[in-house]
Design a protein around this ligand. Structure first.
Ligand code: NAP
Length: 299
């Protein structure tokens, strides 16, 4: 059975562990490619499928996955929040982010986790970027930004400054978090914050493939020496990252977050410990080939 161009399933039997990713849409997910490559490389008896599950089909899918004895599944948009009402036992971190991207199933019981934020933090760690005490500037206040801002506390960051087009959302996100503050999305405020930041993370969808809008003005980056991270990986290098790279800034695209969230999820599904860095480096090349991008990329 060929699941994708890199993976061939040779032996499937009654002991084969079944895993999946669900979403709406799901066709472009890189998760089957990554997980089946981990399975093949490590010689495990398992298989990982993509399933197109619409919002109204979520509860039925979870029931089916339990009945069929799946080891677990990943969830992408729009299922990460609705799963909170369906999963039996929710991990503390996932509850604090109001978002589940990984569900483990054991003896008919579902356990919900979130590996997105830990995935991003592991990517920073493996790239040699320490978060402790760092001043972080976040662009955006949507689902991904929200989890990262909340998760930043566990990394003992110095401060988090959040900029969002809609100020109300960033203000309510920062709420009573002592280390976080919301600022107005203006050129002047952004320039000031950028020059006082160690890391700037783009968590907006600006610059994402298929999205018409992009940053109109990136000159707020002119006086910073911060490391730039974009959660987007398609395109491989966004205008935000290119602007920084051309000015000598260190950059990291969103593929590292995607890869590490996948590795952490895989460990949860299969009760295994992987050599995370080794797996990540191999998956990086595979994902880059899949996205057929040959632009220069800096980690
Ligand atoms: P979301 O909840 O829809 O949030 C989107 C954010 O983008 C909001 O802050 C929104 O601002 C802002 N935005 C959208 N259009 C804008 C515009 N024209 N001008 C200024 N701001 C604009 O999405 P999300 O789930 O947080 O995802 C955000 C990005 O992260 C997406 O590109 C997604 O693909 C990426 N992501 C990557 C990974 C990974 O593993 N690498 C994981 C999760 C997400 P408003 O609040 O004002 O609408």
């Amino acid at each position: 059975m060929n699941l994708n161009k890199n993976t061939e399933i040779k032996n499937v039997d009654v002991n084969t562990k079944i895993m999946a990713v669900i979403g709406d849409p799901i066709a472009h997910s890189l998760s089957p490619l990554m997980h089946n490559d981990i399975i093949a490389t490590n010689g495990l008896n398992a298989v990982y499928f993509p399933f197109h599950v619409k919002p109204e089909g979520l509860a039925k899918f979870v029931e089916s996955a339990k009945n069929l004895g799946f080891a677990g599944f990943n969830a992408t948009m729009p299922h990460k929040t609705p799963l909170l009402d369906i999963v039996d036992i929710i991990d503390e971190e996932a509850a604090s982010y109001h978002s589940i991207n990984t569900v483990k199933i054991r003896d008919g019981v579902t356990y919900g986790y979130n590996t997105d934020v830990h995935g991003l933090f592991t990517a920073f760690e493996d790239a040699g970027i320490g978060l402790e005490g760092s001043r972080i500037m976040i662009l955006g206040a949507g689902g991904a930004a929200g989890s990262i801002v909340i998760g930043a506390e566990s990394q003992k960051v110095g401060s988090v400054t959040v900029f969002n087009r809609t100020l109300d959302k960033s203000e309510s996100l920062c709420g009573n978090l002592e280390y976080a503050s919301a600022k107005e999305w203006t050129a002047e405020e952004m320039r000031r914050a950028a020059s006082e930041s160690d890391i700037i993370i783009n968590c907006t969808s600006l610059g994402m493939s298929g999205m018409e809008s992009d940053f109109e003005d990136l000159s707020f980056l002119d006086e910073t020496s911060a490391m730039l991270c974009d959660l987007i990986y398609n395109p491989w290098e966004t205008a935000f990252l290119r602007y920084g790279r051309e000015r000598g800034l260190k950059t990291m695209n969103g593929i590292w977050m995607l890869i590490y969230q996948g590795i952490l999820a895989f460990e949860i599904f299969m009760d295994v410990k992987l050599d995370r860095k080794k797996e990540a480096e191999r998956l990086y090349d595979i994902c880059r080939d899949e996205l057929e991008c040959h632009e220069p990329v800096k980690k």
